[in-house]
Design a binder for this molecule. Structure first.
Ligand SMILES: [Zn+2]
Length: 385
C-alpha cells in the first residue's frame, strides 16, 4: 500500500505555494485514479486555514465515495488531535490520527527530553486518540537515528495503548537500503511479533541522500505494509520519496497491476498547483524522458513503429514503456540526428518527405548546436528561397 504525503509533507517544502482548495481536490481525485491507498490530508492543528482545507477534502472523500483512506498528522498534543475528531464528526469519514514524536538521541538532547518524557507523552497521546475513537497511527520521527532499545519501548507503549499502525521514519534521509531492511526486520521481530497484535508497519523516507526509492523498495521487501511518498518528491528540504517513481517501479516489478496512465497528469497537476516545475530529465514524467534526437536511437524506434508495434517502439531504447504512464515517444531533429529522424518527423505531421526537403532540414540540423524546435523545422518546410 502507498500513502500519499503530497498535501502534508509536500507542502512543507520551502519552494511550494499552498494551492487553492480546488487544486487540492483535483490532486486528491488523481491519487484515487492511480489507486493510491491512503492520503495524509494535512495537519489541522496548524491553524484555521489548514483545518478548513482538511475538512473540505474529507467531505470530498465522503461525497465522491472515494476509496482512498485519509489520515491527518498531529503533534502529540491534545490541541492537535482534537481537531481531527471534529473533522471526522463534520465530514462523516474515518480518519487515522498520525501522532508524531521525535525519538533520536540528537533530538532528545536538543529538546531536553528524556526517555520517561517520551514514554509518558506517547501513552498520553495514543490514549487520547483512542478515547476519541480515532484509529491510532503512531509515528516516531527520526527512527533511523534512534537507539533500538528506545524505539522498542516507544512502539511497545503505543501498541499497548491501542496504536494499530506504526510509522518508521527516515526523517532526515539518513538510511541506506541495507540499513532500512535491517531496521524493518528488527521492528517485525522485536516489536510487532512480541506485541501479539496485528499492527500495520509503514515506512516514511526522505531524499537527502537520494535513496528514497531504493530505501522504500527495500522496506517493502523487508515486510513494510505501507510506504509513504509525495508527487515529484516534494517535501521538507530536498523532499520525500517520489511516489510517482515508486508507482513506476512497483508496476515494472509486477508488485502492482493497475492503470497508471494518469501518472503524467497527476505529476503535472501537482507541479502546476505548487509552482514547482518538473525538471526535463526527471524520470518518466520529465519532458525528455521519452524524447530522442540521436540518429541510432531514433532509427531503432522508427523501425519498431513501422512494424506497427507500439510496445516494441516504446521499449527498444527505454527501460520504461511510456504508454503505461500517459507519455509518448518523441523523435526530434538535432546535430546528432540521421535522415530517418527527419523523414519520420515529416511523415508524422503529414508532410511529404521529398529528398530536397529532407536534405535542407538535415543540413540545418547538422549546423545547429542543439535540437531544432518544431517552429524552426516548419519554417524550413516552406518554399526554398
Ligand atoms: Zn517526512
Amino acid at each position: 500500500m502507498l500513502n500519499d504525503e503530497t498535501l502534508r509533507d509536500g507542502l512543507q517544502s520551502p519552494s511550494v505555494l499552498d494551492p487553492p482548495l480546488e487544486k487540492k481536490i483535483r490532486i486528491l481525485h488523481l491519487m484515487e485514479a492511480l489507486g493510491i491507498d491512503s492520503v495524509n490530508l494535512g495537519l489541522p492543528g496548524a491553524g484555521a486555514r489548514a483545518k478548513e482545507d482538511v475538512l473540505r477534502l474529507a467531505k470530498e472523500i465522503a461525497a465522491a465515495k472515494l476509496r482512498i483512506r485519509p489520515n491527518c498528522a498531529a503533534r502529540t498534543l491534545e490541541s492537535d488531535i482534537r481537531p481531527i475528531a471534529d473533522i471526522v464528526q463534520a465530514a462523516g469519514v474515518a480518519i487515522e490520527a498520525a501522532t508524531f514524536l521525535g525519538s533520536s538521541p540528537i533530538r532528545q538532547y536538543a529538546e531536553d527530553w528524556d526517555l520517561d518524557f517520551l514514554l509518558r507523552t506517547t501513552e498520553g497521546a495514543v490514549k487520547y486518540v483512542v478515547s476519541l475513537s480515532l484509529p491510532a497511527m503512531y509515528v516516531t520521527e527520526d527512527t533511523t537515528r534512534a537507539q533500538p532499545e528506545v524505539i522498542k519501548k516507544l512502539y511497545a507503549t503505543a501498541i499497548q495503548h491501542g496504536a494499530r499502525a506504526i510509522v518508521v521514519c527516515d526523517t532526515v534521509g539518513h538510511a541506506t537500503p541495507r540499513g532500512t531492511r535491517a531496521l524493518l526486520n528488527f521492528i517485525q521481530e522485536e516489536v510487532v511479533k512480541p506485541s501479539g497484535e496485528s499492527v500495520r508497519i509503514d515506512w516514511h523516507g526522505h531524499q537527502d541522500r537520494g535513496l528514497g526509492v531504493a530505501n522504500s523498495l527495500a522496506a517493502f521487501a523487508a515486510g513494510a505494509h505501507q510506504v509513504h511518498g509525495s508527487a515529484l518528491g516534494i517535501g521538507e528540504r530536498v523532499g520525500n520519496t517520489p511516489i510517482d517513481q515508486l508507482l513506476v517501479n512497483l508496476k515494472l516489478l509486477g508488485a502492482i497491476d493497475r492503470d497508471l496512465s494518469k501518472l503524467h497528469e497527476y505529476a503535472q497537476a501537482v507541479s502546476d498547483a505548487v509552482g514547482v516545475p518538473i525538471p526535463p530529465n526527471y524520470p518518466v514524467v520529465g519532458a525528455d524522458a521519452f524524447r530522442t534526437a540521436t540518429g541510432v536511437h531514433a532509427a531503432a524506434v522508427i523501425k519498431a513503429f513501422k512494424k506497427n508495434d507500439v510496445e516494441l517502439a516504446n521499449q527498444v531504447y527505454s527501460g520504461v514503456p511510456s504508454h503505461w504512464f500517459g507519455m509518448d515517444q518523441k523523435i526530434e531533429i538535432g546535430p546528432m540526428s540521421g535522415k530517418s529522424n527527419v523523414i519520420y518527423w515529416l511523415e508524422k505531421r503529414g508532410i511529404s518527405p521529398t529528398d530536397e526537403l529532407v536534405e535542407r532540414i538535415f543540413a540545418c540540423a547538422k549546423r545547429a548546436d542543439r535540437v531544432l524546435t518544431d517552429s524552426e523545422i516548419l519554417k524550413l518546410c516552406g518554399p526554398p528561397k
